[in-house]
Write a new protein. Structure first.
Length: 411
């Protein structure tokens, strides 16, 4: 049996299709973008088919051959064990399901290989089927990028293709930074923390915040003393014609770049590292250990293309980089709808429960609902950013002052 809509669809646009079967009245309904388009009587009972196959974007002919292949892009497929009402279809059309046990499969085709984000089943491609991720550049404001998720998602940043980095910025002014773990560094970090949480009025509350801050600052210092790699931030090697860069984060080391020696300038590589430390380093400070993947250049390109984010980075670089300033920058990344994309492809193996927990954590931190800036992990993260800024090469751009800058790129 087939069910179709009389309404035409426009090329280069995403549509949401939903089929819902009501066993009480034996009716099969077709919804397009949440609107009922067709309904028909379907007397045959829906029965289980052991080891049965599900075709997406195709059908079997009478001889079991696969025909009528869909010529387009498919983002995800959900399977429910209940007949959804129209209101529920509309509800989940633009939102991801978090805690509804009626959802038994949520196949995500924006990552390769595709996964079931409910973690209830494993998706296997059948009979030589292959997945080709979309590689056309998609603006985050376009419908094709917004459909089906709570934050903008850009398919080009979720594919497995090697990306060429865009030219680095040359107009960002880096302020002279205090040497890390000096009294100047500590007091500047505290001053920004005070301003962030509005605790300048003095009294017991301010004293309590200061004590928490001092304890976290000393713990961060101990973490650097116990792990020399944290001070290196990144380790770069150039061997056998290959440049490899490893990030030493709070939770884990990550291979973030691998390419031919000389393929990218030192300035470009510095910016790829700095933006990676700003974003994935933040996620490690939250307590996550992201999976290794070819993602550093994508994150760099994603943020580099957003002028609001670059303006925020310029503002952050124009003063001493503290945990407070860096968290403020992450807040702009979130407000621009880019944080979800970064979380999504940094943690491609995580289910939706984990992803949404992370997003809620990010929101709580960047909106000041959690005093995260006093945590040692965030002080370590911000200190690494300061160390990187002290290594910024004046040939790559400009500095407000340059008396304490080292031109080295290899820690």
């Amino acid at each position: 049996m087939s069910l179709s809509s009389a309404a035409s669809v426009l090329p280069l646009s995403y549509y949401h299709f939903a089929l819902s079967y009501d066993s009480d009245v034996k009716a099969l309904s077709l919804y397009v973008n949440g609107n009922l388009q067709a309904i028909d009587y379907f007397p045959s009972p829906v029965t289980a088919v052991p080891n049965g196959h599900v075709l997406v974007g195709a059908q079997y002919d009478s001889n079991g051959n696969i025909i009528n292949n869909f010529n387009g892009s498919i983002q995800n497929l959900r399977i429910w064990n209940v007949c959804l009402e129209q209101s529920e279809i509309v509800q989940w059309m633009y939102n991801d399901v978090i805690t509804d046990n009626r959802l038994i499969s949520n196949f995500d085709f924006t990552v390769n290989p595709p996964i079931d984000t409910t973690d209830k089943s494993t998706l296997e491609l059948d009979n030589g089927a292959v997945q080709q991720l979309q590689t056309v550049n998609v603006l985050t404001t376009e419908q094709i990028a917004l459909l089906g998720i709570p934050q903008s998602i850009n398919a080009i940043y979720l594919n497995q293709n090697v990306e060429t980095p865009v030219p680095p910025p040359t107009d960002i002014l880096f302020s002279n930074q205090p040497q890390v773990f000096t009294e100047d560094h500590k007091e500047e970090s505290w001053a920004q923390f005070e301003e962030w949480f509005g605790s300048k009025n003095g009294g017991p509350a301010t004293e309590g915040f200061r004590q928490q801050f001092d304890n976290a600052y000393e713990k961060a210092r101990q973490m650097f003393d116990e792990n020399a790699n944290l001070s290196r931030v990144f380790t770069r090697t150039d061997t056998n014609g290959i440049t490899r860069i490893i990030y030493h984060g709070v939770k884990a080391d990550m291979l973030v770049y691998e390419g031919a020696v000389g393929a990218e300038s030192d300035c470009t590589l510095w910016w790829i590292q700095f933006i990676f430390a700003l974003t994935v380093g933040f996620l490690q400070a939250v307590g996550l250990a992201p999976t290794t993947g070819n993602i550093a250049t994508r994150i760099y390109n994603l943020l580099r293309a957003n002028q609001t984010v670059m303006n925020a980075m310029s503002s952050m670089a124009g003063k001493a980089i503290s945990a407070t300033a860096a968290i403020g920058f992450v807040g702009v990344v979130y407000q621009q709808g880019l944080m979800w994309t970064i979380i999504k492809f940094v943690l491609t193996s995580a289910g939706w429960y984990a992803l949404f927990w992370i997003l809620r954590k990010v929101i709580a931190i960047v909106t000041g609902l959690e005093a995260a800036a006093i945590l040692a992990g965030f002080i370590v993260w911000a200190t690494q950013l300061t160390i990187l800024s002290l290594k910024y090469n004046t040939a790559c751009g400009q500095l407000l002052q340059s008396t304490k800058v080292s031109p080295s790129f290899n820690s």
